[in-house]
Design a protein around this ligand. Structure first.
Ligand code: SAM
Ligand code: F3S
Length: 447
């Protein structure tokens, strides 16, 4: 009987990607199959996130539950990976001695060796080093799960925003060589993948080695190469940083039709005073100018962002500037959270006089506005023709399928499941706060 892996992921898409790679290496090396039932698992892995305190706290409460599974069967192995592992290392084992393995985002490819070592020696195994890009050289061929896939193109971050732990937990920016990225995309395309999302903390810092030359490939050039891979018809990337959003990337929105009409460009705040304290490296005016030029290149763009609310000393005026920016930039989606002080980051030493209730009030005002902008964006799609990539059967209603627009909105419509994995055109007929409905057009235009 094959061994079973139970794997939980917290945090960002990078972590989702890393988790799928953990499952792949363990399947290749030890024949592990994933299970959703922890009671039948031999190996329990938790891929963690430390970007905010809440995410970090969840780790130890989850591990508390896992302790019982281990007492039920002491041969079970428990491993902790991701950013909390990277930050805490050995301290995790001191706090939760029933944990056997601790590994960081850059050492997940060493899981098979760590696992064998802990099984043989019955001792804890900890490896949270940053062995540069070795991780990607040691991963098995990707396994596609459906018609969309993530491909990590770079690791880490060298921006050191004053509030953020990522440069400390994932290390500095390192890009994968161009050929490796293209090979992975081609392997996915051969398995039926039609849409690729390029992943990294700052994908536009990508500078991939080109063969053995000293030349480097940037994100804009990478997009043109990927667009030429047969089968790939839509390309997205996330997350990019406003300070490094080059003219070439703006031009890509005009010149490359396979690039989706969607951009996630975190702004964090709308006031120059707060942006300066965060060390973001751009002003409000510079952000707005870039958005104006991107929209000129791609008028139907959907723009989403990240906001941190209640950064130390944030005043009502700073907050109003953030609210104004939502309207000025035409932001129609956002991840927004209250600032969470992270140990070891410069901002954690700042005095913060803003009461929590005030931060919560601001956050809920902002989230209401974003919701309204999202609804307005969806209403604006009513009656339009949209090309969607059909991803799956719709959750509600037999005979319905769900496809994603270039602007990253799901549309439910009547159609056969044989269209899953294909591009079709639909007319948007209904926009409710939660969903879009549509009607399939020209079944002959399937691609
Ligand atoms: N590279 C991206 C950028 O250009 O900002 C962001 C990557 S970061 C891991 C993801 C998001 O987490 C950030 O955009 C920020 O909004 C949020 N975040 C990071 N540190 C935070 C903190 N200490 N408190 C609250 N939110 C935080
Ligand atoms: Fe974090 Fe800023 Fe990098 S938010 S991931 S340090 S761009």
């Amino acid at each position: 009987m094959s061994k079973k892996l139970y794997l939980i992921t917290y945090g960002c898409q990078m972590n989702e990607y890393d988790s799928s790679k953990m499952a792949d290496v363990l399947a290749a090396s030890h024949g592990y199959e994933r299970t959703q039932n922890p009671d039948e698992a031999d190996l329990l892995l938790l891929n963690t996130c430390s970007v905010r305190e809440k995410a970090q706290e969840k780790v130890f409460s989850e591990l508390g539950r896992w302790k019982e599974w281990k007492s039920a069967d002491p041969d079970r192995i428990i491993g902790v990976g991701g950013c909390v592992a990277s930050q805490e290392g050995q301290a995790i084992i001191e706090r939760a001695p029933y944990v056997d393995l601790v590994f960081g985002p850059q050492t997940l490819h060493r899981l098979p060796e760590l696992l064998t070592s802990t099984r043989q020696t019955r001792k804890h195994a900890v490896d949270i080093s940053f062995p540069e890009i070795e991780k990607f050289d040691r991963l098995p061929e990707p396994r596609a799960e459906g018609c969309t896939a993530f491909v990590s193109i770079m690791e880490g971050c060298s921006k050191y925003c004053t509030f953020c732990v990522v440069p400390y937990t994932r290390g500095e920016e390192v890009s994968r060589p161009l050929d490796d990225v293209l090979t992975e995309v081609a392997q996915l395309a051969a398995q039926g993948v039609r849409e690729i999302t390029l992943l990294g903390q700052n994908v536009n810092a990508y500078r991939g080695r080109m063969g053995e030359t000293a030349e480097r490939c940037d994100l804009a050039l990478l997009i043109t190469y990927i667009a030429r891979i047969p089968g790939i018809d839509r390309i997205r990337y996330t997350t990019s940083h406003p300070a490094e959003f080059t003219d070439a990337l703006i031009d890509a929105f005009a010149d490359e039709p396979k690039l989706a009409s969607y951009l996630h460009l975190p702004v964090q705040a709308g006031s120059d005073r707060i942006l300066g304290m965060m060390k973001r490296g751009y002003t409000r005016a510079q952000y707005l100018d870039k958005i104006r030029r991107i929209r000129a290149a791609r008028p139907d763009l959907s723009l989403s962002t990240d906001f941190i609310i209640g950064f130390p000393t944030e005043s009502e005026d700073d907050f109003i500037q953030t609210m104004d920016l939502i309207a000025e930039a035409g932001i129609d989606g956002a991840y927004s959270f209250i600032y969470s002080p992270r140990p070891g980051t410069p901002a954690s030493n700042l005095r913060d006089g803003v009461p929590l209730e005030e931060k919560q009030r601001r956050l809920s005002i902002l989230q209401d506005r974003i919701r309204a902008q999202d609804e307005a964006f969806k209403r604006g799609m009513l009656g339009t023709r949209q090309r969607v990539l059909v991803e799956r059967a719709a959750r509600k209603g037999e005979g319905f399928i769900a496809g994603r627009t270039s602007t990253n909105r799901m549309v439910n419509f009547e159609g056969p499941q044989s269209l899953i994995g294909r591009f079709v055109d639909v007319t948007v007929t209904e926009a409710t706060p939660n969903a879009l409905r549509g009607r399939l057009l020209d079944a002959g235009a399937v691609a």
